[in-house]
Design a protein around this ligand. Sequence first.
Ligand SMILES: Nc1ncnc2c1ncn2[C@@H]1O[C@H](COP(=O)(O)OP(=O)(O)O)[C@@H](O)[C@H]1O
Ligand SMILES: O=C(CO)[C@@H](O)[C@H](O)COP(=O)(O)O
Length: 528
Amino acid sequence: MPHMTAGHLLKVIAIDDQLRVIYEDNIHFDKDLPEFGTHCGVHVHSDKLTVTSPVLMWVKALDMILEKMKSSGFNFSHVKAISGAGQQHGSVYWKQGASQILKNLSPDLPLHQLLKACFSVSDSPVWMDSSTTTQCLSLEKAAGGAQQLANITGSRACERFTGNQIAKIYSQNPEVYAQTERISVVSSFAASLFLSVYAPIDYCDGSGMNLLQIHDKMWSTTCLSACAPGLEEKLGPVVPSSSVLGSLSPYYIQRYGFSPDCKVVAFTGDNPASLAGMKLKEGDIAISLGTSDTLFLWIQEPTPALEGHIFCNPVDSKAYMALLCFKNGSLMRERIRDDCASGSWDEFSRALKCTVVGNNGNLGFYFDVIEITPEAVGIHRFNRDNNKVPDFPKEVEIRALIEGQFMAKRIHAEKLGYKIMPRTRILATGGASYNKEILQVLSDVFSAPVYTIDTANSACLGCAYRAIHGLVAQTSVSWVDVVKLAPEPRLVVTPTAGTDQVYQPLLKRYEALEQKVLCNPIPSHLAK
Ligand SMILES: Nc1ncnc2c1ncn2[C@@H]1O[C@H](COP(=O)(O)OP(=O)(O)O)[C@@H](O)[C@H]1O
Ligand SMILES: O=C(CO)[C@@H](O)[C@H](O)COP(=O)(O)O
């Protein structure tokens, strides 16, 4: 059961009926599709706030990965269902007439040639974009304030959320908006490619738009009309995340040999998909260390706040998930790795091993790009006396980065009401969860054991499980039954004895220093 997710890679996993992974591969946007000139899959524009990806790059990556599967001899005819995930909040703008082209795809040609003329916006805004502050302010005003908007949609207005991105396109280019017949999020866009008709947005990814009422799962008319006219029609319906959307398009049956019985199950966001892939239980805390770092929890009763987000739950339509997003994740770690560890993860890990827990009181904040949690930018280093210092020795810098990233996660999770208990398990995923030394710091800072699943690619795996769930969700088979054969998370590290005493005072200091960093004005060229 293949399925797709888009970060700076397009990935695929296929599993068999015992939930064993039988195929896994990816396309690296920068390396495999250099003609699009992206860095980490995106273009950062000169204002440093606008961040986009070429939509045709995503389409071509899908062509490439399917061709790779075909040449490796993958048997497409056995696939019963496809589901997938995409980075959250990013959006795709289909031009008037695109639905007709989509319906009549010739199996002789690759998708990127067939769909060339289908998009009214060729560079899709992605989750890293933070250029819509004006639109956020007016949306909060229209909803009766930031908290009120959070009560309705699960989040206060956020620059990257799709409603604000649409509002920006409408206000700057009303003619482009008028030429758009349908707006998809990245996940529903990918599902549309497999269906050859526009796919509905699922409840869960819909909750990352500042447009959906998370309680009754209907579009909010107040929010829609505050963003752009006629928006409901361009967004189409929303559906439960486990819905079967329809059968796979004949294009794939003829070109790759899929079965005509293969179903497409609703696609969703990458973080919700990870929640599914990790078999999260109540009380667990999931930390994804991907391009962005995210922390999420399964919750029953949503209490939206000004910080963090509440999304509908991807596997239980009565439940929710809470999420915190940290923008300076892997790319920040890579930058410090390149500056302080000659570009080698091994050298980076050695530095973590040879430095002491608590870093002798040295603390750092590392935000190359404007951070989401907390809202701050720049690199700020403090010695044990809380004095700002211009630099640290290389090993100290590496530990300060990793300890700082995890202290921020613990502090902000606790602000959301999360309490670390003796039975707390941290489930780690994403590219950096391959790194045991990084996970040891995570375990020490949280004073809790860290588990991983066999693939760091939990979003992809979660969608394979969701594909099976979609097929049986109409019957009485529950999610828990569907994933019962899936391997249990594996214990990787436990907290080093005595570290809690070291981190308790450091966490207090970090929280106080964070306030100082916030107070520093954001440089005017980066001001939101
Ligand atoms: N051994 C490692 N140590 C730390 N980070 C790593 C290691 N291997 C890969 N990574 C990081 O993982 C990131 C990719 O994570 P991934 O979860 O695949 O990304 P995405 O969020 O785009 O799906 C890379 O940017 C890289 O920095
Ligand atoms: O904006 C968020 C969550 O709110 C991000 O987590 C995106 O969903 C992008 O994910 P990655 O590319 O880091 O996987």
